[in-house]
Design a protein around this ligand. Sequence first.
Ligand SMILES: *[C@@H]1O[C@H](CO)[C@@H](O)[C@H](O)[C@H]1NC(C)=O
Length: 548
Amino acid sequence: MRTTLVLLALLATTVAFWHNTGRAQPQSTHTVTFAVRQINNAAATCDSLIRKTSEPSSRHYGQHKSLSQVNAIFLNREAVRRVESWLATQGHQFETIGDYIKVTSSISNLETLLSAKFHAYRHFNIANKIFYKTDAHTVPIEIANDVEFVLNVDLPRVIPHSFTRSKSALVDADGNTTPSVINTQYGITNNTVTSATQSLFEALGQNFSPDDLSAFQQQYQLPNIPISKVTGNNDGSSCSDNPDACGEANLDVQYMLAVAQSTETHYRVIDQGSQDPFYDWIIELSQATDTAHVHSVSYGSLAPEDPKTDMQRFNTEVCKLGLRGVTIVVASGDDGVANFPARQDPSQCGFVPSFPATSPYVLAVGATMGPEAGNPEIACTSDAGGLITTGGGFSVTFNRPSYQDKAVQNYLANAPNLPDQSHFAVNGRAYPDVAALGHNYVIIDGGSQTVVSGTSASAPVFAAILTLVNDQRLLNGKTTLGFVNPALYKAPASLWTDITSGRNNCAAGQEGSQVCCDEGFTATTGWDPLTGLGSPKFEQLNAYLGKL
Ligand SMILES: *[C@@H]1O[C@H](CO)[C@@H](O)[C@H](O)[C@H]1NC(C)=O
């Protein structure tokens, strides 16, 4: 039985979602963040360093650095001090996290500081929060050389990558994904983790419920393991009143802990009022000494709308985390090649990549379907009844990293029905890298069973699989995987179930009523921009990665 889809909180730049309420109140308080310029040609240096520790053939494979070693390479302490002392002499309050300086002040002070005019915006879906945006700003001349850019001067543009169906759409004829379906499909026989750690990124007002997690674990006879650490504000009691505000977070928590039963599973939630949830998160991680080994992100934004310098620096932060042995896993999106604006509006069809899924240093995960209904694994697409369509394509901002040259060139040379190469960024970073089940996951949300679909499910499941691998590596005295893409692209094909069926031209939605665009990519033998290299065969993957 099919019922109406319920969209989770949707934040988009689409004008309809935002209401400009006029000039910001001069006395209101806001925080802007100065990103202090890094040293040693950070992006290129990090890239060359991470090749040495992530290429399987390198004799430095897995030789990760400590936070202080990474800071010694990239952190411009003198510039940070110059910016701090200038702000202090101007009477500003600030907080420094590594090379990011957060200035909290009145709008009128910030307007003077940045020679800017702030406008106050409200979002139709977010009560009691005001967001601030300037159309133009400048950095004071005294610190201009030391500051790369300023954050929190624009509106957020992030959505979670999952789709919820109402409670009445329970276990149905299409079949459901449960922890045992995942274990069976990927050949996972032991979900116990002894020391590897993992973490979830959450934002946009999502909460997880510890009670729902326990109920889920009981329902599937999983060990009762709670989330061990929450950073930020989580209100699990809100889930029974407002399950939509918990669907994403409950999905992530329940399935990450089902697949990798780590007693060190963290939950890091960025406040709903954040104007840049990804940056607020990566800034914290960039200096956190207790960061988990693997992080899963089930959210995305429209890459073409993000400023290139911001994205480049974000990439460098992910790269720096890779140098420290940390893996970032990101969902590839639920709306095929066109991305979420096409969900409501066919005029938005086109090739619109997602960020941070297209960061060259994250592992981007697409969605598959089929095994939950006893069928072969195919790409999850809404025109095959998948409710969502696995996101994928090519970055318009970042060039293809060399680790995927061979796989992507092979695709471009042999792809069936390849769209005209002038329509997409044929030389861009191609995504996703891998795939995992993303259809009809049963979760407990607000005390009731709910069924959710999305690359949002695929990402925490794949992240948890890497936690299982990390655990074996650590037990064997090796280091964590860190940046794992080069190793995965070098792996023998026998590690993967190659997903060769599907086309990602449709957006998320009910079969028959969803927006389908003219153009999309087609799954085929080998890597493709729907399911990447394929879905994992755990034993083989674990054996291969365990030997590196
Ligand atoms: C499962 O894995 C854990 C951690 O590696 C190990 O301690 C335990 O013995 C394993 N259990 C089985 C049944 O193999």
